[in-house]
Design a protein around this ligand. Structure first.
Ligand code: ZN
Length: 305
C-alpha cells in the first residue's frame, strides 16, 4: 500500500538531486495534479483529489482513519497524497459513508491489507449485490469479498474516544448512510447525505429520497453546533447555518412535490411545475433533480407502495 509508493517529498528530493533538467517537467506535472489539502486540525485534514469526492483523513498513533476513499481510479493518487500528510502512514481504518463507487474505490486495497472497513450493514449488502439505476441504466457490479466492509453496525459506534459514528436512518442519499463525528476537533463528516456542491443524486434505487434529504438535514443539525465544521461528500466545508438554509430549501421542494403527487400528477408535470426554479441561480438547473425526487416519493408515499 502507501509504504510502497514514494512520497511527494521523496519524489521532489529525487528530482532536485538529478542533474538532468528533463526530470523537472514530470515533477511540475505531478505538482499541478496534486491533491488539495485543507487542514481542519493538527490531526485532521480534508484531502481533495481533482474530480473526486472529499476524503477526510485523521492521523492517529495506529495509522490513518479515513472517511471515504475516492474512486478506484484515484485510489493510487489518494494514497500518495496521504503519504505526504504530517505523520501520514498507512490506513488503519476506512469508513464507507455509503456504497457508491465514488467513495469505495480504495476498499479492495485496504481490505486486502487486512485493515478495518466500517460501514452500515446496508452498505455492505449493496456492495455485495449488483445494482442498476432504472433512470439511466447505469450498472454497478458487486465487489469481491475483500472489498466489502468487514465491520458493520446498525445504530451507533465508537472507534476510539472522540471518534463516534452513527447511522442516518432517514435515507437521505441511500439506506446505508453514516456520519462520523470527531468530537475533539468538532468536525462532522456526512458523506453525500448532504451536498455542498449543487443538487444531489437522489438514488432511490438504494433507498434515497427527497423526504430523507429533509430528515437527514434535520437530524444532523441535532449533532452539530454553531462551531461544527461539516464535511460533505462534495464541495466545501459547511456550517450549521448552511444546514439550516439547505433544510428550508429541501423542505419547501419536498412539500411542493408531495402536493403534486397527492393531486395525481406525474414526473413530467412535476418538472413543468418548476418547484425548485427559485433556487436555480445558486444550485443549477433543477429538472433532473426534481424528476428523481418526485420518482423517489413513489416508494415512500404511494398508497400501493
Ligand atoms: Zn453517493
Amino acid at each position: 500500500m502507501s509504504q510502497n509508493l514514494p512520497t511527494r517529498r521523496q519524489i521532489l528530493k529525487a528530482a532536485a538531486g538529478a542533474a538532468s533538467l528533463a526530470l523537472a517537467a514530470p515533477v511540475l506535472r505531478l505538482a499541478a495534479q496534486d491533491a488539495g489539502i485543507e487542514r481542519l486540525a493538527d490531526d485532521l485534514f480534508v484531502v481533495r483529489i481533482p474530480g473526486e469526492t472529499n476524503v477526510l483523513a485523521h492521523i492517529t498513533g495506529e495509522g490513518l482513519v479515513l472517511v471515504d476513499g475516492a474512486s478506484a481510479a484515484a485510489s493510487g493518487a489518494l494514497m500518495k497524497a496521504l503519504a505526504g500528510l504530517p505523520n501520514g502512514g498507512s490506513v488503519a481504518t476506512l469508513f464507507n459513508t455509503h456504497w457508491h463507487p465514488e467513495q469505495t474505490g480504495s476498499n479492495d486495497a485496504i481490505g486486502r491489507a487486512g485493515r478495518t472497513i466500517i460501514a452500515h450493514e446496508n452498505t455492505r449488502l449493496w456492495l455485495a449485490t449488483d445494482v442498476i439505476w432504472p433512470w439511466n441504466g447505469r450498472k454497478f457490479t458487486r465487489v469481491p469479498k475483500t472489498a466489502q466492509p468487514n465491520k458493520t453496525f446498525y445504530t451507533t459506534g465508537e472507534l476510539e474516544p472522540g471518534v463516534r459514528y452513527g447511522y442516518i436512518p432517514d435515507a437521505a442519499h441511500t439506506d446505508g448512510d453514516l456520519y462520523v463525528h470527531f468530537t475533539k476537533q468538532n468536525v462532522l463528516a456526512v458523506g453525500d447525505a448532504i451536498s455542498g456542491d449543487g443538487w444531489p443524486v437522489v438514488d432511490y434505487a438504494t433507498g434515497g429520497w427527497i423526504g430523507g434529504i429533509v430528515g437527514g438535514l434535520q437530524r444532523l443539525q441535532t449533532i452539530a453546533n454553531t462551531e461544527t465544521r461539516i464535511v460533505p461528500g462534495r464541495g466545501p466545508v459547511l456550517t450549521l447555518a448552511d444546514l439550516k438554509a439547505q433544510y428550508e430549501m429541501y423542505a419547501r421542494i419536498n412539500d411542493r412535490l408531495t402536493q403534486l403527487l397527492n393531486k395525481g400528477r406525474g414526473p413530467g408535470e412535476a418538472v413543468a411545475a418548476g418547484p425548485a426554479k427559485e433556487f436555480e441561480a445558486r444550485m443549477g438547473h433543477s429538472d433532473e433533480f426534481v424528476r428523481r425526487s418526485f420518482e423517489s416519493l413513489w416508494g415512500y408515499l404511494s398508497p400501493d407502495a
